[in-house]
Design a protein around this ligand. Structure first.
Ligand code: FPP
Length: 258
């Protein structure tokens, strides 16, 4: 998946609007998808893995460079044990079944989130996925697993405090870049576009630091129904936004002569 395998769609190939470099996705609505069909929730999660496979393929084809998926949040432990067990099982199976193919496609896998406290075999699979694919130069797939943004920021603060205590960092020298460098995402670009499925409109403790200037797009489809057309629709919406990063729009800047 290092180079797009098929030409991007007409919309994305118009040469005017850029494809977002980094797209992050909150894959929501698996349970509702299942309930609407009288199926157990786990069936929604299973179909969610298929949607994930489709999305990774489409992202590579469209020319997205980094895709981050919210696959298990720090708060998801509060779900019934059976559902937590199913979600852990799906991650295990995803890595065991799909890692070789991802590697062959040039995908580099990165995991963000808290590793401590995970079952030992899952910890090993996460390391294996990162190690095997670390030199790949195609799409970067960032899996947010046992991830919570507040927890990530707290870990970063703890690391900075430890560095200050050890004398390797001066408290006065702590800047935005210093804090960013202590986050799990230290070497990753911020997301340009964050998509949440299922119509919910909130970030739910996902990439709170990194989303400072991300464009947010909320789509009504539940995650198991997500596909390339919906992804392209979200990118189209993103392309209509004007990103000012706290500055002025092009027109306003021209008017003020700045
Ligand atoms: C939200 O739907 C989804 C999750 C909590 C988990 C997302 C997991 C997957 C798509 C599959 C596993 C991922 C990997 C990498 C193997 P929900 O259960 O909150 O849906 P609801 O809001 O309709 O109840």
């Amino acid at each position: 998946m290092s180079e797009p395998k098929v030409p991007p769609s007409a919309l994305l190939a118009d040469g005017i609007a850029a494809v977002p470099h980094h797209v992050a996705i909150i894959m929501d609505g698996n349970g509702r998808w299942a309930a609407a069909r009288g199926l157990p929730r786990v069936e929604g999660h299973r179909r969610g893995v298929e949607a994930l496979r489709r999305t990774i393929r489409a992202a590579g084809e469209i020319g997205i460079k980094v895709i981050t998926i919210f696959s298990f949040s720090s708060e998801n432990w509060s779900r019934p044990a059976a559902e937590v067990g199913e979600l852990m099982g799906l991650l295990r199976r995803f890595i065991r079944n799909d890692l070789a193919e991802l590697h062959k496609s040039g995908v580099r896998v990165r995991i963000i989130g808290e590793r401590a406290g995970l079952e030992a075999d899952i910890g090993r699979l996460l390391i294996e996925a990162e190690e095997l694919t670390k030199d790949n130069t195609g799409l970067t797939l960032v899996v947010a697993f046992n991830y919570g943004a507040r927890q990530e920021i707290a870990r970063a603060a703890r690391r900075a405090a430890e560095a200050v205590a050890q004398g390797t960092l001066n408290a006065q020298d702590i800047t935005v870049d210093t804090v960013a460098g202590f986050l799990d995402t230290a070497d990753l670009p911020d997301p340009d576009l964050i998509i949440r499925t299922s119509g919910e409109q909130r970030l739910s403790n996902f990439l709170l630091w990194q989303s400072a200037y991300s464009e947010l797009v909320f789509v009504p489809a539940n995650w198991p129904d997500f596909d390339r057309a919906i992804l392209e629709g979200a990118i189209r919406e993103y392309q209509q936004r004007e990103r000012r990063f706290g500055g002025l729009s092009g027109t306003a800047a021209a008017k003020t002569g700045s």
